[in-house]
Design a protein around this ligand. Sequence first.
Ligand code: VGL
Ligand code: ZN
Length: 199
Amino acid sequence: MADALIVIDVQNDFCPGGALAVAGGDQVVAPINALLQSAQIRVLTQDWHPAGHSSFASRHADRQPYDLIDMPYGKQVLWPDHCIRGAEGAAFHPDLQVDLADMVIRKGFRPQIDSYSAFFENDRTTPTGLDGYLRARGVTSLLLAGLATDFCVQYSALDAARLGFDVTVKLSACRGIDLSGSLQDALDAMGQAGIALID
Ligand code: VGL
Ligand code: ZN
């Protein structure tokens, strides 16, 4: 039985000045570094898209960022171009203590499908491999923090709960995007799924 800290997408593009900046996104770095110091098992996720990814509004004629469209795998919000693999925007925030991580898992690298969750792509079935990694290390409980509360953190937390992990989300080390009430919806959904929401 082990506990793991899962740090979601603390990358330049989600911080102020980035392509998909989350308000106060950089404020999660200090509390997450503190959590990294004491965590037993430490995983970082990294949003990692090829240029021209299908989740980018720029790929779709007559569409704007934040439009909602139907994809073969379900509804998809269209985003500004962000976290292009290898680019500065995809790098971790420079103050994040990346060296403490046991494992970095990248997601969103398939051109035709987005991947909010650390566990499954947005079809909710294609695995990233993180479940197997955690089980192989005997992990049963997870603490999640990072960006953004209502997208990648929420999807990761819901999938983790569905997979049978004990899940806690450290809200003071998260920030949300909040598209038309999505932050409150995320908090409600996580609460209903039995996820512990702590300050
Ligand atoms: C995220 C939108 C698009 C996130 C990633 O990390 O929450 N949101 N890609
Ligand atoms: Zn993305």
